[in-house]
Design a protein around this ligand. Structure first.
Ligand SMILES: Cc1cc2nc3c(=O)[nH]c(=O)nc-3n(C[C@H](O)[C@H](O)[C@H](O)COP(=O)(O)OP(=O)(O)OC[C@H]3O[C@@H](n4cnc5c(N)ncnc54)[C@H](O)[C@@H]3O)c2cc1C
Length: 323
């Protein structure tokens, strides 16, 4: 069977794309590794009608809706190769899950695999991530309002991000870990907003099962903090995408060389999710600028679904002019 669409990733972006495509009577193969980035948190915020829901429950609700349509095939698998079909238009999708292989065909592919986060190397950070320490200010700052917070940031956007967090608390310490570049103008802006800067090396976060209690510096000083924010670096892991499996004497252009990615590796798309390669779409956190919010990813999923359907009706007009 050749599916109309293979969607890789069943977070809010992929699920929303799937729901709207099955409702367009498209046969959809939805493949998911079931490793959502937001599993670190117990509650998700800001999704209209679902504020405070567990992120896993939100996924389950979405998946149940999609699975209710006969046009949907939902499979758990880790996709390790998506490549143009050798003998016809469209794509081959390969994945594995516990020794079971997935080998599928689709006319179009939507990449909705989200992103990977790397953190400053503090041993306890992961333990507090999603409960006491967060990365999404819009999602989680409300619940930290007025508290003594830490912001751990090693990147050049430290000042702008710190000022954003300071809108929710007047007790914020920025830890650059001796890495984030700070000039005099930046220091003055932070000082004017009442934000304290500590550029000493951070050893770790302190606390126990009941919560975070402080930030421990390499010189032994422990500053009491109940939680805060961290600035991860974000990456798109897409080694499996568009790798050619064609024979050496095949001189047609290799789509992987035409696939536009930005400096961080995110898939460059037009406003409705078309990549620079015809028939290949991307949506959600895997597209620039990276991290979104649940409802934004879901909204983009709906817009991309409409574009995929329109392109299939129209015979896949070359979208690259728009990217
Ligand atoms: C700790 C944390 C808390 C958050 N809290 C909130 C919040 O309160 N409110 C809010 O609006 N947003 C929140 N976010 C952000 C939100 O979770 C993301 O913006 C959103 O999930 C992005 O959706 P997505 O569908 O693009 O990607 P994801 O939700 O990350 O889904 C990607 C899916 O693709 C799958 N996948 C990846 N690679 C493969 C592969 N090779 N093969 C098969 N499947 C694959 C993954 O397993 C995953 O299921 C939070 C994020 C984090 C990390």
């Amino acid at each position: 069977m050749v599916h109309d669409v293979a969607i890789i990733g069943a977070g809010p972006a992929g699920l929303s794309a799937a729901l709207n495509l099955v409702r367009a009577k498209r046969s959809v193969l939805l493949v998911d590794a079931n490793r959502p980035r937001n599993a670190a948190t117990l509650r998700s915020h800001g999704f209209l009608t679902r504020d405070g829901i567990s992120p896993l429950e939100l996924r389950k609700l979405g998946r149940t809706e999609v699975e209710g349509y006969p046009e949907a095939t939902v499979v758990q698998s880790v996709v390790d190769l998506v490549t143009p079909a050798t003998d016809t238009d469209g794509w081959q999708v390969h994945g594995t899950w516990r020794g079971t292989e997935l080998d599928a065909r689709a006319r179009t592919v939507v990449v909705a695999t989200g992103l990977r986060e790397d953190f400053p190397p503090l041993p306890m950070l992961r333990a507090f991530y999603g409960t006491a320490v967060h990365s999404c200010v819009e999602c989680d700052a409300y619940d930290k309002a007025g508290q003594p917070l830490a912001f751990i940031c090693e990147t050049a956007d430290v000042v702008d991000r710190a000022l954003l967090i300071a809108a929710w608390t007047d007790d914020l310490i920025v830890y650059t870990n001796g890495v984030a570049p700070l000039d005099d103008a930046g220091r003055e802006r932070l000082a004017a907003a009442g934000v304290v800067v500590d550029e000493r090396v951070v050893d770790d976060l302190e606390g126990d099962r009941t919560g975070m209690t402080g930030v421990r510096l390499a010189d032994g000083h422990v500053e009491p903090r109940t939680g805060g924010f961290v600035r991860p670096t974000w990456h798109a892991d897409l080694d499996w995408l568009c790798t050619t499996s064609r024979s050496a004497d095949d001189d047609t252009p290799d789509p992987s060389s035409e696939l536009r990615r930005d400096a961080q590796g995110f898939l460059v798309v037009d406003p409705v999710g078309r990549t620079s390669v015809p028939g290949l779409y991307a949506v959600g956190d895997v597209t620039p600028p990276g991290p979104e919010q649940l409802i934004v990813a879901a909204g983009h999923g709906a817009a991309t679904a409409a574009a995929v359907h329109r392109d299939l009706v129209g015979g896949l007009a070359d979208p690259r002019d728009a990217v």
